[in-house]
Ligand binder design. Structure first.
Ligand code: SF4
Ligand code: SF4
Ligand code: SF4
Length: 272
């Protein structure tokens, strides 16, 4: 039963968030929203434990398309980082601010960058591209993320400072065009660097939150040195170039781990 601990733990965490927000904000939507996400993630982890090969992809599609299509396009909630700044500036703890608090700022203290491995709607598409593991060396252009991060903040601040009218509508179209831009750049970079996750490594502004918080993550990939035979299969399977067999928190690319479990699947000795 020990191997089912993680799916059960995730379900409990999400249900706790769902019930807390439902009761404190007196809004049944939160119960539905976080229960749906929690059940989807737990189902994926359960299927992974049962060694179903497409477990993670199923969760990505369930959660990613729900957030992109239902919350973003149908409910008009900008769930991108611009939406986070927008709701933050208006002082509203709803939609994107709650999403960021749970999935991208405080949640990573528990489940690291699990969002990136299991739920992100950008990666949901990028992971269909042909370069599942990087075919070239890592580029030293990760600083671009700080520019996109600052750009998103400046964009929303400018809307407020200029007293732009109909900001709600602008935020909706920013969500549509922002996502199209992300997909376009993400696909182009994947082919340029022969790496599906190039966008995540160099461009994505959300990593400015995710990386430092995931450094302290409770859930981490650890290597049992007594079982490891140093075959290197795990590192060759990793989409994020993580030095997996090093258990130190500050291991090379440690905050890049998206908990996708590809290394664990590749390990012939069950050492991870
Ligand atoms: S790094 Fe950004 S684009 Fe990549 S999976 Fe994480 S949130 Fe999504
Ligand atoms: S270290 Fe393992 S779980 Fe983390 S990103 Fe690499 S393959 Fe995925
Ligand atoms: S795949 Fe397993 S045995 Fe091979 S180096 Fe990685 S942890 Fe060690």
């Amino acid at each position: 039963m020990k191997k089912y601990m993680l799916p059960v733990m995730m379900l409990i965490i999400f249900e706790a968030v769902a019930v807390t927000l439902w009761l404190t904000k007196d809004n049944l939507f939160y119960l539905f929203n976080f229960s749906y996400i929690g059940i989807s993630i737990s189902l994926g982890l359960f299927l992974f434990v049962r060694k179903y090969p497409y477990a993670r992809r199923i969760v990505q599609l369930l959660v990613g398309s729900y957030m992109l299509v239902y919350l973003g396009l149908i409910c008009n909630e900008n769930m991108q980082i611009e939406g986070f700044w927008y709701y933050l500036f208006t002082g509203v703890f709803e939609a994107a601010t709650i999403h960021y608090a749970v999935a991208k700022i405080f949640g990573p203290l528990i489940f690291g960058r699990g969002w990136c491995g299991f739920a992100c709607w950008t990666a949901m598409v990028l992971d269909f591209l042909p370069y599942k593991t990087p075919k070239g060396p890592r580029q030293r252009i990760g600083w671009i993320r700080y520019i996109t991060f600052a750009g998103s903040l400046i964009f929303v601040a400018a809307l407020f400072l200029s007293h732009a009218g109909n900001i709600e509508k602008i935020m909706f179209w920013a969500f549509v065009f922002g996502n199209l831009l992300y997909y376009g750049i993400g696909i182009a970079l994947a082919f340029l660097f022969k790496d599906n996750r190039a966008f995540c490594k160099y461009i994505c502004p959300v990593t400015v939150f995710l990386k430092p918080m995931s450094y302290f993550s409770l859930v981490r990939i650890k290597c049992d040195k007594s079982k490891c035979i140093s075959c290197g299969k795990c590192e060759r399977a990793c989409p994020m170039d993580v030095k997996i067999t090093d258990n130190a928190r500050k291991r090379e690319n440690g905050t890049e781990c998206i908990l996708c479990m590809e290394c664990k699947r590749a390990c012939p000795k069950d050492a991870l």
